[in-house]
Ligand binder design. Structure first.
Ligand SMILES: *[C@@H]1O[C@H](CO)[C@@H](O)[C@H](O)[C@H]1NC(C)=O
Ligand SMILES: *[C@@H]1O[C@H](CO)[C@@H](O)[C@H](O)[C@H]1NC(C)=O
Ligand SMILES: *[C@@H]1O[C@H](CO)[C@@H](O)[C@H](O)[C@H]1NC(C)=O
Ligand SMILES: *[C@@H]1O[C@H](CO)[C@@H](O)[C@H](O)[C@H]1NC(C)=O
Ligand SMILES: *[C@@H]1O[C@H](CO)[C@@H](O)[C@H](O)[C@H]1NC(C)=O
Ligand SMILES: *[C@@H]1O[C@H](CO)[C@@H](O)[C@H](O)[C@H]1NC(C)=O
Length: 465
């Protein structure tokens, strides 16, 4: 009898605990995770109190009906990449004073749902990838959520054809992202209402041909990303737009149609990170060089910029980038690394040259001044030997030679001896030998030590003790 009682209690307990997690979902770490389960409806649930986050992304939900979400008493709902075209006015009932983050991006909404009006604590809203035209930014909705929203992401490649005036109801915005728009021009006052609050602005995948002039009024801006705007060429990066951005730390101008190094850095006295990836940089003008010469840039990324040599104007000969710590030249067509190419970059710590498939020559003294260099990525290049230049870098801890055709022979003795004396001894050397089935590291540790040159070297060292 007691046993039976116990059994029933246990079954009951099991029922209660399992009942808390809806079918098809996993509940752990304060999160109800129903991601990618092929669901066509919001799953049924008993009232949940102990979770903060509900993830319904990558399902096939098309409608959020009245009260559907009320029992998930969470602060954050992710429901991106479904097929939602309709949200009942009472869909968020019960969550109005709790929900803070809503990601409903990549659905089929054609207007901002009126249900959003009841979300009194919402601070982050992502509606990117919904076909909402400017008329879908219903005034009463933007007004209602505008009091609390600080992060807003929106945009649709074809449906959005004008800057939505409703955004002027968001006076607290710190983060704004426009991702996708058939917009050719932004009015100068586009950012007017949050000029004094915005810190992070992203504008990408639009038809804009110029950086918006209104930018220059964003005096608190720390990050600006203007990427994948294929109509924007050199003439679109107007210096005037950047005047006033004296706090800007990160500037990204990736995958536009730039052919020359932008001449906008002068006013950006705090700039730390600059990325110009995926532009065909043909011209690096003297003005631009002067400009960058005076900057405090720490991280410079020029990935896939069609460079056929290290732009000496920036880094070597006349350059003066005393603060540069990271330099990324991956996926270019650089063929050699000469003595003067990087000679003035005394602070350099990380150098990426991966994917320069024709890189074959590295001067012996190319890196000799770089006392703080800790990491070099030379993967997927044309080099066949470990360059002598790498033998003298005292701080090197990471050397990536993956996908290179390194010939492992007793010629590596010199390198091995250096490795033993430097940080690289305990660091990482990645990549395999082309001439023998072995990793380079294994070859150094287990083969090179049997090379006659190595033995004559080590036996020449007096034994202490
Ligand atoms: C969207 O969700 C479907 C499953 O419903 C999935 O197959 C697809 O990969 C997802 N798309 C993206 C971009 O995540
Ligand atoms: C700024 O916004 C971009 C795009 O939304 C994001 O990737 C980045 O992490 C944001 N930066 C900060 C500091 O939040
Ligand atoms: C390199 O940039 C070009 C645009 O200049 C782009 O079309 C291409 O896809 C990029 N390649 C890679 C490997 O990212
Ligand atoms: C960059 O700065 C260095 C040192 O201040 C100076 O010698 C050099 O001429 C400058 N280069 C250019 C192109 O202005
Ligand atoms: C090299 O690193 C050391 C220790 O982190 C630092 O004190 C020194 O300023 C660095 N040198 C340069 C030129 O950045
Ligand atoms: C090496 O090559 C393989 C096959 O081409 C590729 O998948 C991998 O990403 C490459 N790895 C590196 C580090 O370049």
């Amino acid at each position: 009898m007691i046993l039976l009682c116990l059994l029933i209690t246990q079954m009951f307990l099991f029922w209660i605990t399992s009942a808390q997690c809806p079918a098809g979902c996993q509940c752990a770490n304060k999160e109800v995770n129903c991601n990618g389960q092929g669901m066509t409806n919001v799953p049924l649930s008993f009232r949940l109190y102990k979770y903060d986050k509900l993830d319904l992304s990558n399902n096939l939900i098309s409608v959020i009906s009245s009260d559907a979400l009320a029992n998930f008493f969470v602060k954050e709902i992710l429901i991106r990449n479904n097929s939602i075209f309709y949200i009942d006015d009472n869909a968020f009932r019960g969550l109005g004073d709790r929900l803070e983050v809503l990601d409903i991006s990549y659905n089929k909404l054609a207007t901002l749902p009126t249900a959003f009006r009841y979300l009194n604590t919402l601070f982050s809203l992502d509606i990117r990838g919904n076909p909402i035209p400017v008329s879908g930014f219903i005034d009463s909705v933007t007004r209602a959520i505008g009091d609390t929203v600080t992060k807003f992401a929106f945009g649709h490649l074809t449906a959005l054809q004008k800057w939505p005036p409703g955004i002027s109801h968001f006076p607290r915005l710190t983060d704004l992202e426009l991702d996708g728009a058939y917009i050719f021009y932004l009015p100068q006052n586009s950012f007017h209402s949050f000029e004094n609050t915005l810190t992070n602005l992203t504008i990408q995948n639009t038809q804009l041909s110029t950086v918006p002039l209104g930018l220059s009024h964003l005096s608190r801006l720390l990050e600006f990303h203007f990427d994948h705007n294929h109509n924007a060429g050199d003439n679109g990066i107007i210096e005037q737009s950047f005047v006033g951005l004296s706090k800007l730390r990160t500037l990204s101008l990736k995958d536009n149609r730039l052919n020359s190094f932008p001449f906008v850095l002068n006013p950006l006295v705090e700039l730390n990170d600059l990325s110009l990836d995926d532009n065909k940089l043909i011209v690096i003008s003297d003005e631009a060089v002067k400009d960058i010469n005076n900057s405090k840039i720490q991280n410079l990324r020029l990935v896939n910029c069609s460079l056929d040599r290290i732009p000496g104007a920036i880094t070597g000969r006349n350059g003066n980038l005393q603060h540069l710590q990271l330099l990324d030249f991956s996926k270019n067509n650089i063929k050699s690394l000469d003595r003067i190419d990087l000679q003035n970059l005394h602070s350099l710590q990380t150098l990426y040259l991966a994917g320069n498939q024709n890189l074959q020559y590295v001067s012996d003294s190319a890196l000799s001044n770089l006392l703080n260099l800790t990491s070099i990525d030379l993967s997927d290049t044309g080099i066949k030997t470990v360059p002598n230049a790498f033998k003298n870098i005292p701080s090197l801890q990471y050397l990536n030679l993956e996908n290179d055709s390194i010939e492992c022979t007793c010629d590596l003795v010199d390198f091995k001896i250096r490795v033993d004396k430097t940080e690289l001894r305990n660091g990482q050397i990645l990549g395999n030998c082309a001439t023998i089935t072995s990793s380079i590291r294994n070859y150094l540790d287990n083969f090179v030590i049997h090379c006659p040159e190595y033995n004559s070297f080590t036996s020449a060292i007096p034994v202490v003790g």
